[in-house]
Structure formats: structure tokens, C-alpha cells
Design a protein around this ligand. Structure first.
Ligand code: ZN
Length: 228
């Protein structure tokens, strides 16, 4: 990228595209990576791995990643066709994520609905917290098999996923441990979680104790009364 000008930025799933006229740098932040600006010549600390130095100013873009699960890749091809990206499902807030698409993909699938909507080949961006919340809002049990859910109920689920994600984005994401947004501030969505992290606490709708199970090694919390 030396000498190249960044023409634009884009995103697909969890992948950030930094584009130049010659190609695209694909960045995945992993579990704990972040990109932020530092004053030029700031010495790197132990977890700082990459600096992007700009010709025109006093700031460098720094990539830091304490747990080193992130990745930075360069491609001169169409980045949407990259092996890591071309199999991804639609963006959840786009029109491409709709009930017709979800119903067709769910047909005959004997996988729990929660695991199904967290599969990035089905739809990207529905992480564990948001899957829990969307299923609660939609009144669907997380352990119900994807292929056995009616189209009307899937339509409700699609709507709830969009509402939950849009609300979380508006509040800058969900802060659990050390997450901060690009502005250095924590996310505030945690204050609105109805089920995630609330096992054994009363359901906000009916008051019954919420139940916790494990699905695909992830915590699932739901209301056995409100969700069926
Ligand atoms: Zn309930």
C-alpha cells in the first residue's frame, strides 16, 4: 500500500474493506482488535501490531489486538469474491434479509433456530446477545428447530432481528468487558437487554424466572412462558 491513496472504506459482515486503486486491505478485528488514530511517531506498545502512516498529517492509524485473533489480508481481486467473504449471508439490515429468503434457507433444517440465525452463511451480524434478544422479542423458543417454524413466525423474527440490531447500533453497541467504539466510548445497549445475562431473574413481560441453557457452547436465556 506504500504510496497508495485510500479511495473509500466499506464493510461486509465483520470484515472491513480499506480500498485503494490497486486493491483492498481486508481487516478483521477478531475478538479484541481495534483501529484508532494516534499522533505520528507514537511508540508502539506490546499489543500494537500495525501502523498506517499518512503522508499528509500528524496522525497514524494503529491496529492493536491483545488476543491476536484478528487478521489483515491484501487482495487485488474483487474483495466481495474473496474466499472469506463470498459465502456470507446478507446484511441483516438490508432488504436482502427478508422472510422469503429466511424461510427458503430454513426449510428442512434440523438445527435450533438460535444456532441457525447466528450462522453467518445464513445472515451476518446476529451475535449471541442479539440472537437471544431477538428470539425473546419474537416469542420463539431458541431450541425450536429452524425447519419447523411457520413463515409468519419467521417474518416476525426477521422484523425483531432488524429492530434489535438497529437499536443496538444507535446506542453504540453492547459493552460487556473492554469494548469501546471508534469514538473511544463504551456501548450502552447492555442497559436494555431483556434476557441476555438475566438467567433466573424475572421475565420483564410475565415475571416468571428466565431459564438458561447452553447452545453451541454459548449462553441462551429465554422465557419458557413467553416463548414457544
Ligand atoms: Zn415471560
Amino acid at each position: 500500500m506504500v504510496g497508495e491513496e485510500i479511495t473509500h472504506l466499506s464493510r461486509r459482515g465483520k470484515y472491513i474493506g480499506i480500498h485503494t486503486s490497486k486493491g483492498t486491505l481486508i481487516v478483521h478485528l477478531g475478538m479484541s482488535g481495534s483501529l484508532y488514530f494516534v499522533p505520528a511517531e507514537t511508540p508502539p506498545l506490546f499489543h500494537d501490531h500495525v501502523d498506517f502512516q499518512f503522508a499528509d498529517g500528524g496522525l497514524w492509524l494503529r491496529y492493536t489486538d491483545p488476543r491476536r485473533f484478528g487478521a489483515i489480508l491484501w487482495t487485488t481481486e474483487d474483495w466481495q469474491q474473496h474466499e472469506l467473504i463470498k459465502h456470507l449471508g446478507p446484511e441483516p439490515l438490508s432488504d436482502a434479509f427478508n422472510v422469503d429468503m429466511l424461510f427458503a434457507r430454513a426449510k428442512g433444517r434440523k438445527v435450533p433456530i438460535k444456532t441457525f440465525i447466528m450462522d453467518s452463511k445464513v445472515v451476518v451480524g446476529v451475535g449471541n446477545i442479539y440472537a437471544n434478544e431477538a428470539l425473546f422479542k419474537a416469542g420463539i423458543r431458541p431450541d425450536r428447530l429452524a425447519g419447523g417454524i411457520s413463515k409468519a413466525r419467521l417474518a416476525r423474527l426477521v422484523e425483531c432481528i432488524k429492530v434489535v440490531l438497529a437499536a443496538a447500533i444507535k446506542q453504540g453497541g453492547t459493552t460487556l468487558k473492554d469494548f469501546v467504539g471508534g469514538d473511544g466510548k463504551p456501548g450502552y445497549f447492555k442497559q436494555e437487554l431483556a434476557v441476555y445475562g438475566r438467567a433466573e431473574k424475572p421475565c420483564l413481560v410475565c415475571g416468571m424466572a428466565l431459564k438458561e441453557i447452553r447452545q453451541a457452547q454459548r449462553s441462551t436465556v429465554f422465557c419458557t412462558n413467553c416463548q414457544s
